[in-house]
Ligand binder design. Structure first.
Ligand SMILES: C[S@@+](CC[C@H](N)C(=O)[O-])C[C@H]1O[C@@H](n2cnc3c(N)ncnc32)[C@H](O)[C@@H]1O
Length: 109
């Protein structure tokens, strides 16, 4: 059992439900994802990190625009859905990793 509340919620309590019902979240979050993707204006030669990628809706959209996308999330069930989504989209420039990000996670990059 994780000692982190988010990890516990997203893995041990409701992670499967979020993953199974991804289409509901997608519908709710799609306007925000679309706005963020337009704002960052990703270019074909750029590498993107999608922190908290969830079930991967935005990750796959980013992959259509970027050179590569690294999607990270602390929820194993949601990442499993993201992997299926990326594969279905043929997004072979996506890497998905189980990471619990903290303030320092990407400082070394
Ligand atoms: C609103 S949902 C993701 C939405 C997703 N970006 C999309 O557009 O569909 C937020 C995500 O952040 C993840 N998350 C929360 N805290 C995190 C952390 N510290 N490290 C990694 N992922 C985290 C959750 O597991 C969840 O999947």
């Amino acid at each position: 059992m994780s000692d982190n509340p988010q990890a516990r919620i997203r893995n041990e309590m409701v992670g499967d439900a979020w993953a199974t019902n991804a289409q509901h979240d997608d519908a709710m979050l799609e306007p925000f994802g679309t706005a963020v993707i337009a704002l960052v204006d990703v270019q074909p030669d750029e590498r993107v990190v999608d922190v908290g990628c969830g079930t991967g809706a935005a990750t796959v959209e980013l992959a259509r625009r970027a050179a590569t996308v690294l999607g990270v999330d602390l929820s194993a069930p949601m990442l499993a859905t993201a992997r299926g989504r990326a594969a279905a989209a043929g997004a072979d420039n996506v890497v998905l990793l189980g990471v619990r990000c903290r303030g320092s996670t990407f400082r070394q990059w």
